[in-house]
Structure formats: C-alpha cells, structure tokens
Design a protein around this ligand. Structure first.
Ligand code: UDP
Length: 334
C-alpha cells in the first residue's frame, strides 16, 4: 500500500490516479484544509481494477494522526505532497510554513521510521534553486532559495539526506517547475482558493463575471518582456512519481530530479495560447512586477530522462485544453 499525503490536492490527486492506473493500493492522508472532499470522493470512484483507495483525514502536525495511518495499514512507501506552497504567503507568515512543511514532514518521517518504512518520494520544487545563475537549470545548480517556501523544501531535502546516512531512509526528491493542466478525463484538476497561478487565472477571465486578467510585468529582460516559465503537464508529472517509486523499489539510492519540459514559454505566449484554445478575446491589464518572480526558469530534465526513463509527452496547448475543461466544470459553465 502506498501512502499519499496531500492526495486530495491538485498534484496529489493526479498522482493517486497514476498510482491506481499502475496497479497500486493507495491510502490518501489529507487534512482537507486546501484539498477537497469532493476530490477524495471522485478518486474513490476511479476504476480500480480491484485495488483499494482509502482515505484518512488527518494533520501532519499531529503525530498521533499520522501514526494511526501506519498502525492501520501496511505501508510500503510514501509519496509526500502535503504542504503549503504559496511563495508570497510564506514570506509574510514563515511560522505557518516551517511548522506545516518542516515539522509536519518530521512527524511523517518519525512515523515511517517507527514502522520500518524506508522509501519516500518527495514533492520538491525549482524554488530550492532560487535566482537562476544559468538556464536551463540542471540538478547541479546551486540551491539558494530566495523565499521561505523554497527554504522549507530545501531543509526537508537536507533532512532526508541525514536520515539516509543515519537510518537508511531512501528518498527521491522531485523538483517541479511550473505544473499545469488537469486530468485528461476531467475527473480532477487545479482547485485553489484563492487561485494565484497563471493558466487558471487567464482561463477564469474568459467566464462571464470573471475578473480582467492581470499580467504581472512586461519589462523583464526576456524575448517579449514577460516572465518565461517551463510548464510541465500534471499527468506527465504524475508518471514521474510512479517511476520514482519503482526506482526505489528496485533498490535505487537517494536521488533528486528536475521535472520540466526544457521549453520556456512567456506569460504573453501562454496568454495567446489560452485565447487560441478558448476562441475568446480575454480581457487583459498589464500591472507592475510581482515581487520575487525571476525572469526565466527553465529545466534541464536530462537526469530524469536518463535515470528514471521519464519522458514528458504533453504540450502546453494540451495542458491548457484540459485546464479549460476543468475550469468550465468548476465555474458551472459546462
Ligand atoms: N502571472 C501573471 N498573472 C497571474 C498569475 C501569474 O502575470 O494572475 C505570472 C507570474 O508573475 C509569473 C508567471 O505568470 O511570471 C507564472 O506564475 P505562477 O504563479 O503560475 O507560477 P510561479 O512561476 O510563481 O510558480
């Protein structure tokens, strides 16, 4: 049985589907603060080929909650998503982030060690690299995070190294670039309240009563003045986690990989693609830069390709199409 913390959230829910498709039994652990019970209900109805999808509501900041999962189920490995992930909020309220992300993970690792579970796939981030010194960013790039969110993820990576040295806990840390899109069968998707991400925000502006889309800065030193990001499809991303689990099951050592496409798209390009996919003229307002946004983040993904056998397949347009179907669901505009 695989324990998925944060399985009711955006990336976690797509991973639960990928794990079920790969034939694993899954137990989801989520406090439903940011995840949704509707998502859990949907995941329980996903075609399971006789596999178990269980749910336990609980909080990683309460050791008894997470210990109870290991008491009840025989866990073989953990995929750990549960975390706060908003950069601006992390800078304003670091306590919230250190307690939830770092202390919560320590409780999870304690429970794992107490129950002799020694394999974990961890949801890390390109934010651990900080301001890029070069692009594309490979795994050798210095990790100097510039915000609390990135610092919490880097601390956890470093805790995992120490836990491997001391206790033999094997981890794979997956450093995500910009995750985009939704389930191609429209069962789950991105559902944040409030939404801060680019693609859902552009798409929300297409609905009647939607706000004008705000573009944060068009004076960056990039091809068209707007920030360039590497948008990785959420289903492609989920597949990498299944490969990482297999890697660990086959005796793989602690490791870390970038998950991105190596393609950079500017905010203006994403905006134009959204107009093309939706066939709508989207209201746009150019605002000043958002604090802490680097001009350009692009992944070098060769390591994941070579060592995990991972091949990202879906284009930005495919991500926008599935995200649009999902947004129509959410807004009731089907
Ligand atoms: N962005 C924007 N308007 C929005 C949301 C995001 O212009 O409503 C820009 C943001 O400044 C950044 C890019 O889109 O340059 C991607 O932002 P997002 O929050 O999706 O991901 P991040 O790169 O911060 O992880």
């Amino acid at each position: 049985m695989i324990l998925v913390t944060g399985g009711a959230g955006y990336i976690g829910s797509h991973n639960v589907i990928a794990l079920i498709d790969a034939g694993y039994d899954v137990v989801i652990f989520d406090n439903l603060e940011l995840g949704h019970i509707e998502t859990v209900e949907t995941l329980k109805t996903v075609q399971t080929k006789g596999k178990v999808v269980a749910f336990i509501k609980g909080d990683l900041q309460k050791p008894q909650d997470i210990n109870a999962v290991f008491e009840r189920y025989k866990i073989d490995a953990v995929v750990h998503f549960a975390a706060y992930s908003q950069v601006a909020e992390s800078v304003k309220n670091p306590r919230k982030y250190y307690y939830n992300n770092v202390y919560g993970t320590l409780n999870l690792l304690d429970a794992m060690l107490e129950h002799d579970v020694k394999k974990i796939v961890f949801s890390s981030t390109a934010a651990t690299y900080g301001e890029p010194e070069y692009v594309p960013i490979d795994e050798k790039h210095p990790q100097i995070p510039v915000n609390t969110y990135g610092k919490t993820k880097l601390m956890i990576e470093s805790i995992m190294d120490d836990y491997d040295n001391a206790y033999g806990l094997k981890s794979v840390r997956l450093r995500y670039f910009n995750v985009a899109g939704a389930d191609s069968q429209n069962r789950v998707g991105e559902w944040h309240e409030p939404e801060t991400h680019l693609i859902p925000n552009i798409l929300k502006s297409t609905f009647s009563g939607g706000k004008t889309f705000q573009m944060f800065g068009d004076d960056y030193p990039t091809k068209d003045g707007t920030c360039v990001r590497d948008y990785i499809n959420v289903e492609d991303l989920a597949k990498a986690h299944v490969l990482a689990l297999k890697y660990l099951s086959n005796g793989g050592e602690t490791n870390y990989f970038n998950l991105g496409t190596t393609e950079g798209s500017s905010v203006k390009e994403v905006f134009s693609s959204c107009e093309a996919v939706t066939g709508k003229k989207i209201p746009l307002e150019v605002k000043s830069r958002r604090e802490g946004d680097p001009a350009k983040l692009i992944a070098d993904n060769n390591k994941a390709k070579k060592e995990l056998g991972w091949i990202p397949e879906k284009s930005l347009v495919e991500s926008i199409k599935t995200a649009y179907c999902w947004e129509k669901n959410l807004s009731g505009n089907i």
